[in-house]
Design a protein around this ligand. Structure first.
Ligand SMILES: NC(=O)c1ccc[n+]([C@@H]2O[C@H](COP(=O)([O-])OP(=O)(O)OC[C@H]3O[C@@H](n4cnc5c(N)ncnc54)[C@H](O)[C@@H]3O)[C@@H](O)[C@H]2O)c1
Length: 261
């Protein structure tokens, strides 16, 4: 049954990092539901491959190859997406990187690279989208944060700090732009089984740790984040802004104090 509450039909959507595991899935699910989509990522061949892999509504899919590590390039990308689609209703900020190292081995280059994609790009993509959405009477931004915004692991200190910043930027932009009818929310997933996290879930002892620590008893699959992204992007969440949806299989719900019995 068609439910207009969750409708993406005709919604002009920019997906950054759109050739990655989650970005590709978001591009597919939005295009299949009738959205007009611009897939942005670093490499032209990869964004074009995402477009080619979309069967339904491929004519409504555009691509942009660009590096979002500078504020000026973020502005260029948002303006190009706006032109390609004839407007901008939704931005899904998916681009992200990680370099896993103990704190003592993190270099300035590691720090700057992770901050510039994970934190700075979300900030300046959103800043560039604001006047366009405001002039059009509103819009929606969905950011990819992470469970690590609240619950860190060894070797991801800089990544976790940038994801805490993403959740914070989500709240700040939501506050300042609510009056312009722009809603901003984020999702905070635990480890999802994607290529991005293969070094983590590919290690049997870590899979065991997740399976035993997560109340649902397993890691999530990429399909399991899509519902939250669609919910936050559509009128189904029309009174929700500045929030984070934690998708963690119950990890934050508490601990089992009998596990040492
Ligand atoms: N996979 C997980 O378990 C998980 C969990 C929580 C949060 N996340 C977040 O979700 C998002 C997507 O994760 P994923 O698993 O699809 O990762 P992914 O590596 O498959 O996708 C990220 C994409 O961002 C692109 N990108 C990197 N640097 C860029 C730059 N400078 N400019 C433009 N694009 C750039 C990459 O090319 C890549 O295609 C990330 O922000 C990640 O932090 C992922």
């Amino acid at each position: 049954m068609f439910d207009p509450l969750f409708s993406l039909k005709g919604k002009r959507t920019l997906i950054t990092g759109g050739a990655g595991s989650l970005g590709t899935l978001i591009a597919h699910s939005f295009a299949e539901r009738g959205a007009i989509v611009t897939v942005q990522d670093l490499d032209k061949a990869r964004v074009d491959a995402v477009k080619d892999s979309i069967v339904k509504n491929r004519a409504n899919v555009f691509t942009i190859a660009a590096d979002l590590s500078s504020a000026s390039e973020c502005k260029v990308v948002v303006e190009e997406a706006n032109q390609l689609m004839g407007g901008l209703d939704i931005v899904v900020n998916t681009a992200g990187i990680n370099r896993r190292k103990p704190i003592s081995e993190v270099t300035e280059d590691d720090f700057d690279a992770i901050v510039s994609v994970n934190m700075k790009a979300i900030y300046f993509i959103s800043q560039a989208a604001h006047p366009i959405m405001k002039a059009a009477g509103g819009g929606v931004i969905v950011n990819m944060s992470s469970l690590s915004a609240r619950y860190s692991f060894n070797t991801i200190s800089v990544y976790a700090a940038t994801k805490a910043a993403v959740s914070s930027i989500t709240r700040s932009t939501a506050r300042e732009w609510a009056k312009d009818k722009i809603r901003v929310n984020c999702i905070e997933p635990s480890v999802i089984k994607t290529d991005f996290t293969k070094p983590l879930w590919g290690e049997p002892h870590r899979t065991k740790w997740f399976d035993e620590t997560t109340p649902i008893g397993r890691l999530s699959n990429p399909d399991e984040i899509i519902g939250s992204v669609i919910f936050l992007a559509t009128d189904a969440s029309s009174y929700i802004t500045g929030q984070s949806i934690v998708i963690d299989g119950g990890i934050l719900s508490g601990g089992d104090w009998d596990s040492y019995a």
